[in-house]
Design a protein around this ligand. Sequence first.
Ligand code: PXP
Length: 240
Amino acid sequence: MIKLGVNIDHIATLRQARQESFPDPVQLAKEAIAGGADGIVCHLREDRRHIQDNDVIALRKLNTRLDLEMAATAEMLKFALKIKPDMVTIVPEKRAEITTEGGLDVVRYKNKLGPIIKKLQAKGILVSLFIDPVSKQIEESAVLTADFIEIHTGKYARASYVKGKKLSQARELEKIGLFTQKARLIGLRVNAGHGLDYNNVKEIVRIPGMEELNIGFSIIARAVSVGMKQAVIDMRRAIR
Ligand code: PXP
């Protein structure tokens, strides 16, 4: 069965809005695991707008797989090598963005990414690169010996919200399917995420070779009304 990684960043967004000690991302991560999450994902941003260093340290102590999303910076590399998450997903980061807007430009930044990937892997940390479904980005990810790519599904997800745009959504879906196949053929494992919700996830689940989906916002939004455990149970059902 396809795996579900639950991104808990926005629990911390809510906490930081009032600079309180609650809601606690670690407590809610436990609820997500109780609901069937296969792992927890969090993004430690340079500006610390949601997840804090201590959250990651506490999450690491949970008995679950931790995927740390981070930018390719010296500060983050040092932190990751200290914490040793199971996986690091390298993402692009811009200060002014609301969320990760596009995939990493692996081709442009290959010289910077290469040594970071090697250092993480030398510590036994799996490395995933968050990229758009574009041929040259996938090829370069394999050259850099990444373990995984995570395909950015934002364009597909956004298309699904626009009425009368079924065609463009179908095209995005086809692209994700084709590039999943291509990536597998050149030795990469494939995850996907961004903007996935209880409806648009159903087509993504059918893509052969897709290993794990990383989903945050739609689950946290549902958790506000039905609770975290139930929100994850519902997503598990949607991706069965
Ligand atoms: N995967 C990556 C690499 C991300 O940066 C994010 C957003 O933090 C997600 C998945 C989850 O996206 P969403 O919150 O839209 O489900």
